[in-house]
Ligand binder design. Sequence first.
Ligand SMILES: Cc1cc2nc3c(=O)[nH]c(=O)nc-3n(C[C@H](O)[C@H](O)[C@H](O)COP(=O)(O)OP(=O)(O)OC[C@H]3O[C@@H](n4cnc5c(N)ncnc54)[C@H](O)[C@@H]3O)c2cc1C
Length: 503
Amino acid sequence: MGLRTGEQYLDAIKVRNKAEVYVLGKEVKDVTTNPFLKPSILSFKATFDAAWDEDTKDLARVWSPFINDETNRFNHIHRSPDDLAAKVKLLRKISHKVGACFQRCVGFDALNTLYITVELMAQHGKTEPKEKFVEYLKTVQKRDLALAGAMTDAKGVRTLKPHQQPNKDAYVRVTEVTKDGIYVSGAKANITGVAASEEIVVLPTRAMGPEDQDYAVAFSVPTDSEGIKIIVGRQLNDARRLEGGEIDGIPYFYNHEGLVIFDHVFVPMDRVFLLRDWQYTGQLVEIFSAYHRQGYGGCKAGLGDVIIGASYNLAKQAGVEKASHIQEKITEEIFLTETMYAAGIAASLNAVQPCPGCWWVNPMHANVTKHLVTRFPSQISQLSVDIAGGILGTAPSEWDLKNPKLREYIAKYLQGIEGYTAEDRIRMVRLLENVSLGVAFQIESVHGAGSPAAQRIMFTRLYDLSYSEEVAKRLAGMKSEVHFTQKTEPWRETETEKLAKSK
Ligand SMILES: Cc1cc2nc3c(=O)[nH]c(=O)nc-3n(C[C@H](O)[C@H](O)[C@H](O)COP(=O)(O)OP(=O)(O)OC[C@H]3O[C@@H](n4cnc5c(N)ncnc54)[C@H](O)[C@@H]3O)c2cc1C
């Protein structure tokens, strides 16, 4: 069985009772009923539902040669550029169903990253990681496991390498190796959906040298392994979820991130994919970050669609949807949204194949996609705030609406055009508030998959300035060394492509 329903997923994480999850300082035993986490769980569940819903099942189900059966796309290893584009399309579509981050992409990208990494290691004669990883992959696909991806370390002082840190656990590290497995300690920060996951796939977060070899580790562990503690982060408006309402407190769908503590956690050897293999960490980070940056072209475009729809509806409710400046603003929102999506699709269809059977995104386009995402969501939100009016920050609560003494007044003074009620207006305002000003659209857009500076570093690494300079010199009639080849773009090879070619 390679596919689970959303209900089967919920049943599975309900009994995952060894997991140590903390919310607002208190331990949570059942994440599926906890009011703080429930919206996140429902959002994660949407990735399972996608494989059964008529409108998404063709995108969400995919044949896996590893298990000779269908698997959920979120656990699939890309087999073609079309597969990569299908990822972006599916992410856009699921965003329409939940209006939030559905939290399963980091695990998805971690699987694909490890697949290319162990393949490159095998090409260099180190075959054991590939054998172990393929066995693990089969388990994940057959059981349709919910994975979180944990790459970002606590990192302590940013300018110091792992081994230079005053806190030796600032990056997750191997503390002991036995014949059966390894022990690890440290913490991974900002981990999306981790309390909703069944397994955590852990990757190193930066390129490392030989002196950092204890930190050069990649593995997978069940989320409820002994020694793992998950501290769920706070978000704007989060306490509203505890009010028990149905409008204000985003009781439907949302996402969460967590600080994941690894306190002397045992990892069996068959789940350890990189062990002190510092030579592969640079490529691994390059591969992962490009995969994750491509995906944002789908999910953030999907959230853009929700915001466009909400802006348009609120304009209609206020009777201003035909005003030329409003139409212009909505057109701008469409342009910004479609630009992010176009970049994500380009990163997919112009894919790179660093090894036989490996399909990686186009690294330049993937970095461009994410860099657009660091800017455009805040612009889209700003436009939606303009269109929605001040009510976006001042609307009465649903409790005022439900108070018999106030209900009539709110109905009278908050209604715009006929056909929509004051409650409709408040509902749409709350949706827009939570989607456009929330973590996934504002903060994750900037920092998820690396801060903006990380993409700019990649632009300068990948773009061959000396080639463009020679092109310009030739056209200016100066002495030029330009050598034209069939290659169209002035791009250099990535570290991953170089490693793939080296023997
Ligand atoms: C909502 C959300 C979800 C996320 N989900 C996940 C997830 O599921 N899994 C995961 O692994 N990670 C996840 N991340 C983490 C994300 O990848 C990191 O936030 C990102 O890499 C930035 O790291 P940081 O947050 O530690 O920022 P910092 O490193 O503290 O960056 C702050 C600033 O310092 C700059 N800076 C950092 N280091 C240096 C340096 N050495 N020299 C100069 N400038 C520097 C940065 O460019 C930035 O401007 C998530 C983040 C967010 C916000």
